[in-house]
Design a binder for this molecule. Structure first.
Ligand code: FE2
Ligand code: FE2
Length: 258
């Protein structure tokens, strides 16, 4: 069969959650998506609360992935332990709550979702994400595997796509909040895009008020980031996977702007 996977870029703040709730159900229908993975690390601006995670599940996220802002709302810790459908990066070096990989039933298939975080220019204590990916994939039991690689450097994301080519059916990048125009099928059949982009305010710097960002780069005193106002967009990609051949057949962008 052709399995369609919708991957949605980092949902930022109230505006991002709002457009996700209003538009995701129809987008899933229109695309014929069987399964949706949504990055939720910025639901609170930085971090996500259990209530925000529940709201994303209600909107139609089958799995929520996270990233470097996983612990900004520390009350999510317990929720990560108790809920199999929300993942934090698998390669935290320390002992942290939750899990980085889950296997979910969909269309009679076991779909593995793996959340990993890059090490280039991300200030966290992390194990090597390439070795972590290999280890988890070698020890898991599943039919189809999908990877959200939350990383800053386009080079690290590209390297991960090629490293996992043929071993998983899709690798997409998150974290930079800027969508990339490089949807492709790698030689051994893995669908890849460097970054999904974000789901949040259009007129912003990565979802926050431009003046907050300018202040930072001008050397101003640190201030709390505020979510930008105005209309929002939803950045996503659709991966079509041939489940018999275990190869991705098509990757395309599915972006909405209001
Ligand atoms: Fe983010
Ligand atoms: Fe991030």
């Amino acid at each position: 069969m052709l399995l369609k996977i919708l991957a949605v870029g980092d949902v930022v703040g109230e505006g991002g959650q709002d457009i996700l709730s209003r538009r995701l159900p129809a987008l899933r229908d229109m695309a014929g998506a069987h399964f949706a993975v949504v990055n939720g690390e910025n639901a609170s601006g930085v971090g996500i609360t259990p209530a925000q995670a529940r709201r994303m599940f209600e909107a139609g996220a089958d799995v929520i992935t996270l990233g470097n802002h996983t612990w900004n709302r520390i009350q999510i810790g317990d929720f990560l332990d108790k809920n199999d459908n929300i993942l934090r990066p698998a390669n935290y070096a320390g002992r942290v709550p939750g899990r980085g990989m889950g296997v979910y039933q969909c269309q009679g298939l076991r779909i593995a979702v793996l959340n990993l975080m890059g090490r280039t220019n991300l200030n966290s204590n992390l194990d090597n994400p390439f070795k972590s990916a290999s280890h988890l994939l070698n020890h898991g039991e599943f039919d189809i595997a999908l990877v959200d690689f939350h990383a800053e450097a386009t080079s690290e994301k590209g390297a991960m796509g090629w490293y996992l080519d043929g071993r998983v059916q899709a690798v997409w990048g998150t974290h930079t909040h800027v969508p990339t125009a490089d949807c492709q099928i790698l030689p051994k059949g893995t669908g890849f895009v460097t970054d999904l982009g974000m789901t949040g305010p259009v007129r912003s710097v990565l979802g926050i008020k431009p003046e907050n960002s300018i202040n930072l780069f001008m050397g101003g005193l640190p201030r709390r980031y505020e979510e930008a106002e105005g209309s929002c967009k939803l950045n996503a990609c659709l991966f079509t996977i041939d489940t018999e051949k275990k190869k991705c057949q098509e990757v395309r962008r599915l972006d909405l702007e209001e």
